[in-house]
Design a protein around this ligand. Structure first.
Ligand code: FE2
Length: 490
């Protein structure tokens, strides 16, 4: 392996740190690397071409009161494959907040679960829902028009990079029309049209907007979406002709909000509402009521006769009480991150555009989340979903599940104890036509061998031994979202 250090930062974390999301599988890095001729067990397939990107919450400083992993600084990882070879790069996302804290050498912002500081601090940021929070751009990443774009789970800026080398390329500005309310994580790429779809949300009416960036990079369309009040949806979906947004049943308590306090609560009797928005037009939004829930992530959506079919992960208990003996610190982490306590199951919604009826069904009795598909099938009927297998009691993935949405069959890839996976992408093989003809790609956090590898699995036989395990320069931290960008010649 040929490795060059790009830059090393000084960590402000305690040497004897014991925080569960700054140690073990979540131990942050301080060094940025460029690496080529990576060591490979097995063989990188010749017909694998493109880039696997993954964003990470990777803190450099300690929060004064309470750290939640969603507060961590963004670090982007990129591994690119061509001709049986691989190169790897990682970079911090040098956001305005990151630069301000490096200059001050002190944490300046309030964390997601630092309830008092969120209300009382006076540290302006561009996060309009909690104006004292840092836009770390650490949540999500997609590639649009040859640029990797990182985003934050609350609405913020999009930071641009060369997807292969991770050379920073400033911020997306949509030709001077970047929305003042920012852009939420989970911008969507329609691989069939090369459009990027996005949404944002805020405290003031209309509370949500929906937008489209066309294949030329212009803000082709941007419209109000009027909700009943402030809501905090996390993800959106799309079909060939519609975008799908939602107003979940977990939102700021209106009574407290009137008193100036922004505390989310799950309202068990308030339906989750879905808005079906015609793409590329100002046509009316059609609304559907469904069972109360909060959905972190959608898998895919498609049109079938009169219906819009939407797959995602239904949460039975979006704000679990957890263990009564938990301290407030443990509760702040436990009730937002333990997908087993939250009870997150694959689920299908059907919205009948003619009758206005909603139908729902559970797709599996196995706890799953973070589903990915072959990107060519985005917005089109898909058969397969590749979902993360969450750890019990904390936020990590102990494997993955290939789910056949037609037969209901599930193939489970369970990693050895002490080895954890990332969000796993499906990379179609060059020249493939079958939906699952390709490779599953993930980064591991291997605590047993103190290393990280990029695993390449056969998507048609995921439980077989990996085709290749490619070593990274050092063990990386767990993180959240990943993306597969096929090579241009694809
Ligand atoms: Fe997400």
């Amino acid at each position: 392996m040929k490795v060059q250090t790009h830059q090393t930062f000084e960590s402000g974390l305690p040497k004897d740190d014991t925080h569960p999301y700054r140690t073990g599988a979540w131990q942050p890095q301080t060094t940025e690397y460029d690496a080529w001729d990576l060591d490979v067990e097995g063989e990188i397939p010749q017909d694998l071409a493109g880039t696997y990107l993954r964003n990470t919450e990777n803190p450099l400083l300690v929060s004064p009161e309470r750290y939640h992993p969603f507060d961590g600084d963004g670090m982007l990882h990129s591994i690119s494959f061509a001709g049986g070879e691989a190169q790897y790069h990682n970079r911090f996302v040098r956001t305005d907040g990151f630069n301000a804290e490096r200059q001050a050498n002190a944490p300046l912002y309030a964390g997601f679960t630092e309830f008092d500081r969120l209300q009382t601090l006076n540290q302006p940021s561009n996060i309009n829902l909690w104006p004292n929070m840092k836009d770390a751009s650490s949540t999500d990443v997609v590639v649009h028009r040859g640029q990797a774009l990182t985003s934050f789970w609350l609405c913020g800026d999009l930071y641009a990079f060369d997807p292969v080398t991770l050379e920073a390329q400033g911020r997306a500005d949509f030709g001077g029309q970047f929305p003042k309310d920012g852009v939420s994580a989970h911008t969507k790429i329609d691989e069939n049209t090369n459009e990027m779809l996005f949404f944002n949300y805020g405290l003031d009416a209309p509370y949500m907007h929906y937008g489209e960036i066309d294949a030329q990079g212009n803000l082709g369309h941007y419209r109000d979406v009027l909700l009943d009040g402030p809501r905090m949806p996390h993800d959106m979906a799309f079909t060939e002709n519609f975008a799908i947004v939602n107003a979940p049943s977990l939102f700021f308590d209106p009574k407290l909000l009137a008193a100036g306090m922004q505390l989310p609560r799950f309202f068990r009797d308030v339906p989750t509402r879905f808005g079906i928005i015609p793409r590329r037009s100002n046509g009316a939004v059609k609304w559907f009521d469904a069972q109360p829930t909060f959905v972190l992530h959608w898998i895919n959506a498609f049109e079938e006769d009169d219906e819009i079919v939407l797959d995602g992960f239904f949460q039975e208990d979006p704000m679990p009480k957890g263990d009564p003996n938990w301290t407030i610190d443990q509760k702040a982490l436990g009730n937002t991150l333990d997908l087993h306590a939250i009870k997150s199951y694959p689920h299908r919604w059907r919205f009948n555009m003619v009758t206005g009826e909603t139908k729902e069904e559970r797709l599996s009795d196995r706890i799953q989340e973070f589903g990915m598909i072959n990107g060519r099938f985005g917005g089109r009927r898909n058969r397969y979903s590749y979902n993360a297998l969450p750890c019990k009691g904390w936020f990590g993935f102990e494997g993955l599940v290939k789910q056949d949405l037609i037969s209901g069959a599930e193939e489970v890839v369970q990693l050895p104890a002490g080895v954890f996976a990332s969000e796993t992408v499906m990379a179609p093989r060059i020249g493939s036509t079958a939906e699952d003809d390709g490779y599953l790609i993930t980064f591991t956090m291997d605590l047993n061998n103190n290393r990280s590898q990029c695993l390449i699995l056969d998507a048609q036989n995921p439980t077989a031994d990996p085709l290749a395990a490619v070593s990274l320069p050092e063990r990386i931290s767990s993180g959240t979202h990943a993306f597969w960008q096929p090579a241009a010649a694809h």
